[in-house]
Design a binder for this molecule. Structure first.
Ligand code: XUL
Ligand code: CO
Length: 434
């Protein structure tokens, strides 16, 4: 044991009346919700980058955190892993997620990066034998190093494409070795800054080839996890190609990848795209490409992707409603792609941020389950579309033609009257549960 979290107890469920800060008040892993344990519904993951690699910087100032592992090379990376697994244990976190750059020291070249990653993966593997925490997903950081400033798969320089492809190979290997359930690709710099120097058509073709190689390699090594793309419209690129769920689906369809790749949807990214989180989730479930979620929230005044921990129950409840309605997670889960504020210097801030967020999500899940089990909302939705069950409506869908329909409208004197969408009534029903 390191002494980083000294004096902080393992968190247990104590119920809503407990005043103990170091306890769960709503997240009760063993409580059964809609026939499944809460832990198995929510599948929480800790994000390595925010909790252990983020230094507390913002655009106006650098590091505020003083972590003993910073600048510590390989020894520091191992100390960081010790602390990470201690935190997973204290929280009872079932999963974690990482980028290569979060966990290993940066090497001078590809060979050194790979050696460093492999050494840490072995270190993780030994720890995971003694821990209940599993890997939700691994990924490659193809955006921080200056070599990626003009993109990775979409870089105009084929050597950078090659470096990125080689790096992704090592990260899929790492994820596979650690039993990861998914592999994520977030194209942070797969986009452009100006059309004056950009060949949009070529970049799309290159990105598609890259993704096909990822899928081929997955099958070649027998990795059974799901490949996920994480949509985001901008930040850091001015225009990012994976704008939102619909855009990603169109891209996958165009290049024949729609049965191989799903999406990891992030709350803050959905908002940046001008959508709501639940819209993106519902779009993905309706397209059959829903995979996993990155749970966080932005600062609604600044409009930036601030990656704060969720603290708004109604907001997460609607998201879980869409997830439960579609049957819940399979390989996916709830990854806290969220970081503590730069003034939150103490180790306990890390623990309490996660504890609070886990409670918020548990409340959201329970509210969503209650609304779904009550059934009023789904009954109202079904009733709204009931006309489509009629034989002539089905026939119109199957074999209708404009002129045939026009003849029927005339013959039967069809003269429909609009019906209320009953939105206020439905909102009132929803608010009984949240
Ligand atoms: C950035 C972001 C990433 C991805 C993984 O906005 O969300 O952390 O989740 O690369
Ligand atoms: Co994310």
């Amino acid at each position: 044991m390191s002494d980083f979290f000294k004096g902080i107890p393992a968190l247990r469920y104590e119920g809503p009346d407990s005043a103990n800060d170091f306890a769960f008040h709503h997240y009760n892993p063993d409580e059964v919700v809609m026939g499944k344990r809460m832990e198995d519904h929510l599948r929480f993951a800790v994000a390595y980058w925010h909790s252990f690699a983020y230094e507390g910087g913002d655009p106006f100032g650098g590091r505020t955190f003083q972590r003993p592992w910073f600048d510590g090379g390989m020894a520091g990376a191992k100390q960081k892993a010790d602390v990470a697994f201690e935190m997973f244990d204290l929280l009872g976190a079932p999963f974690f997620c990482f980028h290569d750059a979060d966990v290993r020291p940066e090497g001078a070249d590809f060979a050194e990066n790979t050696r460093n990653l492999e050494e840490i993966v072995d270190y993780f593997a030994a720890k995971m034998e003694r821990s209940k925490t599993r890997l939700l997903w691994g990924t490659a950081n193809l955006f921080t190093n200056r070599r990626y400033m003009a993109g990775a798969a979409t870089n105009p320089d084929p050597d950078i494409f090659a470096f990125a492809a080689a790096t992704v190979k090592t990260c899929i290997d790492a994820t596979h070795k650690l039993g990861g359930e998914n592999y994520v690709l977030w194209g942070g710099r797969e986009g452009y800054e100006t059309l004056l120097n950009t060949d949009l058509g070529a970049e799309a073709e290159h990105m598609a080839r890259f993704l096909h190689m990822v899928v081929d390699y997955k099958h070649k090594i027998g990795f059974k996890g799901t490949i996920l793309i994480e949509p985001k419209p901008q930040e850091p690129s001015k225009h990012q190609y994976d704008y939102d769920v619909s855009t990603v689906y169109g891209f996958l369809k165009r290049f024949g990848l729609e049965n191989e790749i799903r999406v990891n949807i992030e709350q803050g990214h959905a908002i940046l795209a001008g959508h709501s989180f639940e819209h993106e989730i519902a779009m993905a479930t309706s397209l059959g490409i829903f995979g996993s979620i990155d749970m966080n929230r932005n600062d609604y005044q600044s409009g930036w992707d601030t990656d704060q921990f969720p603290n708004n129950v109604p907001e997460v409840a609607v998201a879980y409603y869409e997830i439960l309605k579609a049957g819940g997670f399979t390989t996916g889960g709830t990854n806290f792609d969220a970081r503590i504020r730069r003034q939150s210097l103490d180790p306990e801030d890390l623990i309490l941020a996660h504890a609070g967020a886990m409670d918020v999500c548990a409340r959201g899940l329970k509210a969503a389950a209650a609304a779904l089990e009550d059934g009023s909302l789904e009954a109202a939705r079904k009733a709204r579309y009931a006309g489509w069950e009629r034989a002539e409506a089905q026939e119109m869908l199957a074999s209708g033609t404009l002129d045939g329909i026009a003849a029927r409208v005339l013959k039967d004197g069809i003269n429909p009257q609009p019906k209320s969408g009953r939105q206020e009534r439905l909102e009132n029903i929803w608010n009984r549960f949240v």
